[in-house]
Ligand binder design. Structure first.
Ligand code: GSH
Length: 203
């Protein structure tokens, strides 16, 4: 199977870490696609009409996009270690947390940076700086909420490592582009972040 991704981009990174956690990273052919250039070519639009990465090309020629959907597929193929929930109840609670992080932290950070960073002007046309700062505020408030949640939990979705931890890491890591390091500001996020780095799969 072929995995289309782009360096630095947070969404492909979610899937890459997911693959590493399952120990199957090398089972895929990894192909870099240049953002804004190659992502908008007819060739890539035929893989994903939204012109985005990540995309997984299955062996039967079908294309699967959306990072969470790709993770669902990989979890089905390689069930262990389980990262998305063992039964419907656990799956629902992990998905709840994962989506809260995705919509409350990862995407606000993504829009914040894309709308203020000169280097990303080619990706975001037009860049609207005020909208970037609205998202900065939203992201930082949600990070503060997760810092409180992590005071009583080892991991984002409970007492074990899951996809939700990967999503939080990828969101926070992307903010390094604007030199924002939430793990240096928030105590519990800081402890959690140290644990993530110790796993060795968060490169
Ligand atoms: N909801 C999608 C979002 C994918 C996405 O936003 N990908 C970005 C990179 S992180 C992209 O390909 N952007 C290309 C562009 O804006 O030209 C997912 O979860 O995979």
């Amino acid at each position: 199977m072929k995995f289309y991704k782009a360096p630095i981009a947070p969404n492909p990174l979610r899937v890459e870490i997911f693959m590493r956690e399952k120990g199957i990273y090398d089972n895929f052919e990894h192909i870099d696609v240049e953002l804004a250039q190659e992502t908008k070519t007819d060739e890539h639009l035929s893989r994903n009409h939204l012109g985005q990465v990540p995309v997984l090309e299955l062996d039967d020629g079908r294309f699967l996009s959306e990072s969470r959907a790709i993770c669902t597929y990989i979890e089905g193929l390689y069930p262990e270690p389980n990262l998305m929930g063992n039964d419907f109840e656990e799956r629902a609670f992990i998905e709840m947390t994962d989506r809260q992080i995705e919509h409350g932290i990862l995407y606000p950070i993504y829009h914040w940076i894309r709308h203020i960073h000169p280097g990303l002007a080619k990706l975001e046309k037009p860049q609207v700086e005020d909208w970037g700062h609205v998202n900065e505020g939203r992201a930082k408030r949600a990070i503060g909420t997760f810092d409180i949640i992590l005071a009583n939990r080892e991991y984002c979705a409970g007492d074990r490592f899951t996809i939700a931890d990967i999503t939080l890491y990828c969101g926070l890591n992307f903010a390094r582009i604007v030199r924002y390091k939430a793990w240096e500001e928030f105590e519990n996020i800081g402890k959690w972040h140290k644990k993530m780095l110790e796993r060795g799969t968060f490169k």
